[in-house]
Design a binder for this molecule. Sequence first.
Ligand SMILES: *[C@@H]1O[C@H](CO)[C@@H](O)[C@H](O)[C@H]1NC(C)=O
Ligand SMILES: *[C@@H]1O[C@H](CO)[C@@H](O)[C@H](O)[C@H]1NC(C)=O
Ligand SMILES: *[C@@H]1O[C@H](CO)[C@@H](O)[C@H](O)[C@H]1NC(C)=O
Ligand SMILES: *[C@@H]1O[C@H](CO)[C@@H](O)[C@H](O)[C@H]1NC(C)=O
Length: 572
Amino acid sequence: MTNIYYVIIILFASCLHHIRCADNAPRPNIVFLIADDLGYGDIGCYGNTTLRTPNIDKLAQEGAKMTQHLTTASMCTPSRAALMTGRYGIRSGMAPTGTVRVCVFGASTCGLPSSEVTLAEMAKEAGYNTAVIGKWHLGLHEERYGDFKKHPLNQGFDRFYGLPGTNIKDFGDEGERIFLDLRPSLNKQLITLWLCIIVPLAFLFKAKFVSLLVVIIVLLLWSIPLLSVYWIVDNMKLLNSMLYRDRLIVEQPIRLPGLTHRLAQEAVEFMEESVMQGKPFFLYLAWIHTHTYLATAKEFEGKSKHGRYGDAVEELDWGVGRILEALDRLNVENNTLVYFTSDNGGHVEEKGLNGKVDGGYNGILLGGKGHGGVDGGIRVPGIVRWPGHIPKNTITDEPTSLMDFYNIVGVTTGTTQPINITLDGKNILPLLNGSTTISPHEFLFHYCGNEVHAVRYRPRTGSKTYKLVYRMPDYLPGTNRCDFFCGCHSARVLEKPLLLDMTSDPGERSPLPSSYPGYIDIIEAITGAVANHKSSIVPVESQFTARNLIWRPHWQDCCNFPTCSCTDPKYV
Ligand SMILES: *[C@@H]1O[C@H](CO)[C@@H](O)[C@H](O)[C@H]1NC(C)=O
Ligand SMILES: *[C@@H]1O[C@H](CO)[C@@H](O)[C@H](O)[C@H]1NC(C)=O
Ligand SMILES: *[C@@H]1O[C@H](CO)[C@@H](O)[C@H](O)[C@H]1NC(C)=O
Ligand SMILES: *[C@@H]1O[C@H](CO)[C@@H](O)[C@H](O)[C@H]1NC(C)=O
């Protein structure tokens, strides 16, 4: 089936390509704007009445708002990998296998394999200027230090200005440590481990059972790894807070206040240059907001009604406004497709040292970032504006996926993937322009790590969308949250999977009884789809093995060694 679908797309796309070549109609520019950890309920057009997001709201009014827009994972690295490839992360090795569910260090091999065909590679092949500005978080080097095989410049982008990894709370100056949130007693555990060997050793030495030489050797062998762990946990800022311009570090550590202005500025310059060259452009702008550490420029500080989180949302909206303004000024707004979204839901457990909530709001949805199959972590804002192609004020409640953006890029640029790759994204343009009313996705698989925790099912008739839940996050008793992150492997396996009607119960509060009409058929359809999906997966190496995740000191980048500090000369 997939193959037939493919052939159709390819025929369709190559027709389009030829027609376009024949009448020389310009291909649209593409601007993709993605926020980090922004919740479903954080912006005006998705129901927030206390935060001001006029620019994002305007975008929705001038195009289509998707109310059931889903990411493939509730964490950034796997979600972005799927977006970049139009495929579930499991197909590229980008489905986490253990506790660590993101690439942690630029100086590691974790990242999107260079063999994957990214959407930027498609756009570039079609003659677009391509740029990634902001957060990358999909790796740098693949086989050896300096090969830059996973760097944006080797994954289809002509330019890069931004972070190799992600913003984290350690980048602030308040002494917050992400690892200590994950494991609050880590330092005590390290000291205990150290003492476990050192105390007996001291006794043995005193009783003259071992020589001084043995003591020194054991002391070193035991202390070095423990000290390294302690040092890494304490130095995440030194190891990861850096901005690259293409392959060079231009700033370390990052000055977070005002960074949104600079990202917008870089994006505007890229669009201006492309327009001047008369070339279509593909801009992938991955904002740092609204991930912690939350820092804004002075003029946004304390301006919102929701603390520094709210300030970040409002600065993000301002940034979106600057991009839209530039499209207007350059007279290309009618020939530019703009997509706005978030990589996963709001992080409901996130707090600052002062105990104040620093994470987003997911509206009526259950749970949040990291929670696996519940909607709070995977259902995110999704807005597409393409004047003349998508009618204003369109709203679709049908399930769509962030992976579908891949197909949008394919169709609008007139390119396609090599035929031997399984794509999971689908062309949703007919849904957005009103020529069909039903989602092309009959099934969507909600992964947590490398396992399917829930499945969405949109039968080809009727108007309902269902979800079958196999595993639920290990919530603290009586709550809908965990300590800091809900684990995937610790999620509860439900003896009897829950069937939910997502159309009338988006908050997942009332599972359907087995007496529900068609219950058995629905379960059977989903069970069959899961089996089909699983059989379509070709095993590949996981990017989340200890070997791939581990920090490699000899791969560490730093500007002006040994100070490891520099300031982008363009923005002094
Ligand atoms: C708006 O968003 C803020 C920040 O996430 C949240 O605290 C607040 O509850 C939301 N307000 C409404 C009315 O949805
Ligand atoms: C874009 O389209 C709108 C509505 O059709 C029109 O009012 C506007 O002038 C167009 N802008 C440009 C630059 O062509
Ligand atoms: C797909 O085909 C290309 C060209 O024939 C080949 O280089 C590539 O390895 C193939 N990929 C897979 C996943 O089979
Ligand atoms: C909707 O989009 C599809 C796919 O791009 C296209 O084939 C179709 O003509 C469009 N329909 C309308 C009414 O614009």
